[in-house]
Ligand binder design. Structure first.
Ligand code: CA
Length: 340
């Protein structure tokens, strides 16, 4: 196996609480000899499963970064049966810049399986693929809509082929206890972190915790409470598992987004006016948004319609829109039993 250039300062085999960093070699105009630090923490005790908890795969998705930091600070080894490895912010340079992509232009969630001889983001992806994922039973990758999209705050999943893996992932998704869940497909490229972890057979739990460039307090609470409950659900952290019923809430709604028609693109460039909000029901043929043209006050806006019945799962959060940008995402409610 080719050595990774990434140095991990934490001994992941050691019990107890540790914090340290992953060091990626960096050499740029500001500093010829340098490293980029990606903080990592580990809490280990006993022989239970390992959960790998990650935020900040995309830099401007702060919900998971905050939840991961809160989780680590509040967690003691005595509460852990197994190991919790926390990487609060995978794309630290992008988080600092307030952007989805790294300042280099790299999209970390299109970088897998990575390359030990590649650019820094590819070296980090390779370290996850070959060093961290093999240690993990459960891989938690927390996303949100970031600046560009406003999602129904939810946990979500790929519907993987393996029945046992799929059932375990369904259980983890539901344990987040969000009002909605979403079944997604990859409509914008390959090389995703969750796909690499799924291909290694891991139980992958992912989220879309809101977005739109701000994080309301209720979304921070959902992120923190959901993450803690998922770790209890898998037995990595001690404590009673909460359910929607135990919280006095009705069953969650699972939205099926596996039809490419769920992802409605802008037919032209212009200013997007959404006509629906996340959670709003829609019917086939219903106008869900309009594209306006600032250079053509005389021109009627172009109407965007939904191809199907369902519930609005996400809307574009930046008005300025290019042709082909997804502006509305619709999902169809389905019973969870259909996924068993
Ligand atoms: Ca994301």
């Amino acid at each position: 196996m080719i050595d990774s250039p990434v140095i991990c300062t934490v001994d992941l085999d050691k019990p107890g609480r540790q914090t340290g960093r992953l060091q990626l070699p960096r050499s740029d105009n500001q500093s010829g000899w340098a490293n980029t630090y990606i903080p990592i923490a580990c809490i280990a005790n006993g022989s239970g499963p390992t959960a790998l908890v990650m935020g900040g795969n995309h830099g401007d998705e702060y919900e998971g970064q905050v939840a991961a930091l809160n989780l680590f600070r509040g967690l003691q080894p005595s509460e852990v049966n197994g190991r919790v490895i926390v990487v609060p912010c995978l794309s630290a340079p992008a988080s600092r810049a307030g952007t989805r992509l790294w300042p280099s232009g790299a999209n970390f969630n299109r970088s897998f399986p990575g390359d030990p001889g590649g650019l820094p983001h590819q070296q980090l992806a390779d370290f996850l693929t070959r060093r961290l994922f093999p240690l993990a039973d459960i891989v938690i990758d927390m996303h949100s809509g970031g600046r560009s999209a406003l999602f129904l705050p939810c946990s979500h999943m790929h519907v993987v082929d393996d029945p046992a893996q799929r059932r375990a992932m369904l259980g983890g998704m539901l344990a987040w206890n969000s009002d909605f869940h979403f079944l997604y497909i990859d409509i914008a490229g390959t090389g995703l972190l969750p796909v690499e972890a799924e291909q290694q057979g891991k139980v992958v739990v992912t989220t879309e915790l809101g977005g739109g460039g701000s994080v309301p307090a209720r979304v921070h609470r959902l992120a923190g409470r959901g993450l803690a409950n998922v770790l209890r659900h898998f037995g990595v952290v001690a404590g009673d598992v909460e359910t929607r019923a135990s919280m006095g809430l009705p069953d969650a709604v699972i939205l099926d987004g596996r039809d490419p028609a769920c992802y409605i693109p802008a037919p032209e460039s212009g200013l997007f006016e959404t006509m629906v909000d996340p959670g709003d029901p829609v019917v086939a043929g219903q106008p869900v948004g309009r594209i306006h043209f600032i250079e053509r006050p005389d021109r009627r806006p172009e109407t965007v319609v939904s191809a199907q019945d369902g519930v609005t799962a996400a809307v574009r959060a930046i008005s300025n829109t290019s042709q082909g940008d997804v502006v509305v995402v619709v999902g169809s409610p389905i019973p969870g039993e259909n996924l068993g």
